[in-house]
Design a protein around this ligand. Structure first.
Ligand code: BV8
Ligand code: ZN
Length: 250
């Protein structure tokens, strides 16, 4: 596929801004994992292609048909288990090493940022690798692949669920509060690979912008946030993020 050139002027402008900034936040969505082979939600190969979010990623769907919901999560866990972080994930892990004031907020549940070596990560939609027992509250990482069709809690025998945030469920209040705080205080926010549709995550970009941060959108496409961004770098994040880091490396 011929690569569309990244606009060098804007690339240099973003590199300069990152050089001058101590407090940087990245907000990532499914697009940053696309080059690792993880399907996005709304893309052509999207996870919702043959399903609709309402049928699967909601508490009602789980109550109604836990077998189908667990079948979908087991399929996703199997798919993600073979995937590796791509240069975009690795660039953000490198950024954390050279900028202690860097915070990574991700909507993704695939765990690829942690696998890439990022530590200061706010997984605001949870993790597909954790399971939680609604009956007794037990919550742990479990990479068994696949899990039984209806996995049961080792502590109380209750039906486990994926430790992710479903549509219609509130996000973890402390994670959300921290996310909005860092968004309000950051000098630069990189909004990477998200369609900026899902709330309240998408509002973090607007929060940063309205608090005076310089906001950069990195995406292969336009989004509802594009017109708000101070800079838009159009292209795959796996190509753009390493270029941004090149300019920053000490
Ligand atoms: C909440 C975990 C309070 C699960 C996810 C009506 C009733 C109830 C709620 C609502 C409602 N209307 C609106 C809402 C709020 C709702 C919402 O936002 N709905 C949307 C659809 C409008 N939000 C909620 O329900 C949230 N909770 O509001 O609680 C509440 C409580 C009760 C009642 C009402 C409100 C919970 C939202 C969390 C849902 N869980 N994931 C799981 O994964 O199984 S969301 C899911 O979508 C993922 O986390 C994903 O990250 C997220 C967002 O999608 P994106 O990451 O942006 O991915 P997408 O595919 O959309 O876009 C990919 C982008 O990447 C594209 O722009 C593409 O161009 C780009 N791209 C592709 N390749 C590349 C690339 N960019 C760069 N490089 C590339 N190579
Ligand atoms: Zn239990």
């Amino acid at each position: 596929m011929s690569e569309t050139p990244i606009d060098p002027t804007w690339l240099a402008a973003v590199q300069d801004k990152l050089k001058q900034s101590a407090r940087i936040v990245a907000l990532t969505g499914a697009g940053i994992s696309a080059e690792s082979g993880v399907p996005t939600f709304r893309g052509a190969d999207g996870l919702w292609k043959q399903y609709r979010a309402e049928e699967l990623a909601t508490p009602q769907a789980f109550d109604r048909n836990p077998d189908l919901v667990w079948e979908w999560y087991n399929w996703r866990r199997g798919l993600v288990a073979e995937k590796k972080p791509n240069p975009g994930h690795l660039a953000l892990a490198a950024l954390e090493k050279i900028r202690p004031g860097f915070t990574l907020i991700t909507q993704n549940v695939d765990g690829l940022h942690l696998l890439a070596g990022s530590h200061n990560v706010l997984e605001i939609h949870g993790s597909i690798w954790r399971v939680r027992c609604p009956a007794c509250g037990d919550c742990s990482e479990d990479r068994t692949n696949p899990l039984p069709p209806l996995p049961l809690c080792p502590k109380c025998g209750g039906l486990l669920r994926p430790d992710v945030v479903w549509f219609g469920e509130s996000l973890d209040p402390s994670l959300l509060e921290t996310s909005f705080q860092v968004a309000a205080l950051t000098e630069v926010m990189l909004v990477i690979g998200t369609s900026a549709i899902v709330q309240p995550a998408a509002s973090l970009a607007w929060q940063a912008k309205s608090s005076g941060a310089w906001v950069v959108e990195i995406n292969i496409d336009r989004t509802p946030f594009s017109s708000q961004a101070d800079a838009v770098l159009t292209g795959p994040s796996g190509r753009i993020l390493p270029l941004l880091l090149d300019g920053l490396a000490p």
